[in-house]
Design a binder for this molecule. Structure first.
Ligand SMILES: Nc1ncnc2c1ncn2[C@@H]1O[C@H](COP(=O)(O)OP(=O)(O)OP(=O)(O)O)[C@@H](O)[C@H]1O
Ligand SMILES: [Mg+2]
Length: 374
């Protein structure tokens, strides 16, 4: 997966842009408020259907524009154009691939696997299990056939069971049917997540060791219900307490990844920089495993690369990313922080984001720079 053309309009403060990114590293430099994060946000929306800054996409549309259009061409034997349009009025996203409307976001996500490393990334360690589940499921979705179907079916069954729990009188037959369905697909999701974890953990450990020495750091999957019991049994036995709570307390929707240093949660022990490196290792390991298992590469969006990292760790991060031969967009306010750390023969392109007095940002490609000879 490689983007060889990018065209955005109506995205935050950015002026309409149409550019040819490097198939390797794309460095994006500009002052505060110029639009660097907005560029990554546009790419994130293209690949994930949502922003990492706001739940409401209408806030991403430029104040001056009636709509936002995001377009990328994926290189390949048959290039694949993908696009998203969101107008201020319509609540829905219009998604297109190869000129056709696509009804499901999953198709877009599958076409453009991407990972984001930004200054909020530590939330993966600190925040709710939902973020870690999303991280886990991203990996399973991209490498395990049948996961999306199982996930959709379980989600539907869970919705029905939760609705029934809130009824005054529960129809026993309906409840039993939805519990069977949830149990069947929940067990399947668990099996796929477990298989994926068995592949992921060694790749993660190796990736982490290349970034930082933290041998006591461990990653453990918790499936969301009692290890010793079947999900069906847990659902049936838990019906009364679930009724009191008003929702299903056990199941694949409660899975988590436990990230510990020794016996303590990693977040309680690690420094900010160490947290960023652990999260970076998690995210880089996703791309490495994806490549290993499917031969497909992952797009990396790295916002404010220098934040929290000293020069040494900046360098190891960049070299690891470079060794993966992925396409990446990396931002910084400081030009020098991005120029130093590259060593190999990846093509590197530099873009400056120029800010106009009115506050709009214009992406200006710089001449291709041969960092290797500097
Ligand atoms: N809907 C919008 N329409 C127009 N401008 C917007 C909109 N939303 C935000 N902005 C402005 O867009 C600008 C770009 O913000 P962005 O976060 O992309 O900058 P940045 O280059 O990443 O800055 P920093 O270096 O501080 O992280 C900001 O000045 C912001 O006020
Ligand atoms: Mg920013």
């Amino acid at each position: 997966m490689l983007i060889d053309r990018l065209a955005f309009t109506g995205l935050r403060n950015l002026e309409a842009l149409d550019l040819t990114p490097s198939p390797g590293i794309n460095l994006v430099v500009g002052p505060n408020g110029s639009g660097k994060t907005s560029l990554l946000e546009g790419l994130h929306i293209l690949g994930m259907g949502r922003s990492f800054r706001t739940r409401q996409l209408k806030h991403v549309i430029s104040h001056e524009a009636p709509e936002m259009t995001l377009f990328a061409r994926l290189a390949g034997e048959t290039p694949m154009p993908i696009g998203i349009r969101r107008s201020r009025e319509a609540a829905e996203l219009e998604m297109r691939m190869g000129g056709e409307r696509v009804p499901r976001l999953a198709q877009l996500i599958e076409a453009l696997p991407l990972q984001l490393v930004n200054p909020d990334a530590f939330r993966l360690l600190e925040g709710t299990p939902a973020g870690r589940r999303e991280f886990l499921d991203w990996g399973v979705f991209h490498v395990k056939h049948g996961f999306y179907d199982a996930w959709r079916r379980a989600k539907r069954a869970l919705k029905h069971r939760n609705a029934l729990l809130r009824h005054d009188r529960i129809d026993a037959n309906s409840m039993a049917a939805w519990e069977q369905e949830l149990a069947q697909w929940g067990e399947r999701i668990d099996a796929l997540r477990l298989e994926w974890m068995a592949h992921f953990v060694p790749v993660f450990e190796e990736t982490l060791s290349r970034l930082i020495e933290l041998p006591a750091l461990s990653l453990r999957y918790s499936r969301g219900w009692d290890k010793q019991r079947s999900l069906l049994d847990v659902l049936e036995q838990g019906r009364m307490t679930d009724r009191q709570m008003g929702f299903t307390q056990n199941g694949p929707q409660r899975a988590d990844l436990r990230i510990r240093l020794g016996r303590r949660p990693a977040i309680e022990v690690l420094s900010r920089g160490q947290q960023k490196l652990v999260v970076s290792a998690l995210k880089l390991a996703q791309g490495r495993l994806l490549e290993r298992m499917t031969g497909r590469s992952c797009l990396y969006l790295v916002d404010d690369l220098p934040a929290e990292l000293d020069a040494k760790h900046r360098r190891v991060f960049c070299r690891l990313l470079e060794s993966m031969r992925c396409q990446a967009f990396i931002t910084s306010v400081e030009h020098d922080a991005l120029v130093g750390p590259w060593e190999s023969h990846m093509p590197v392109a530099m873009f400056h984001v120029k800010q106009s007095p009115a506050g709009t940002g214009q992406l200006v490609p710089q001449a291709q720079i041969d960092f290797m000879t500097e």
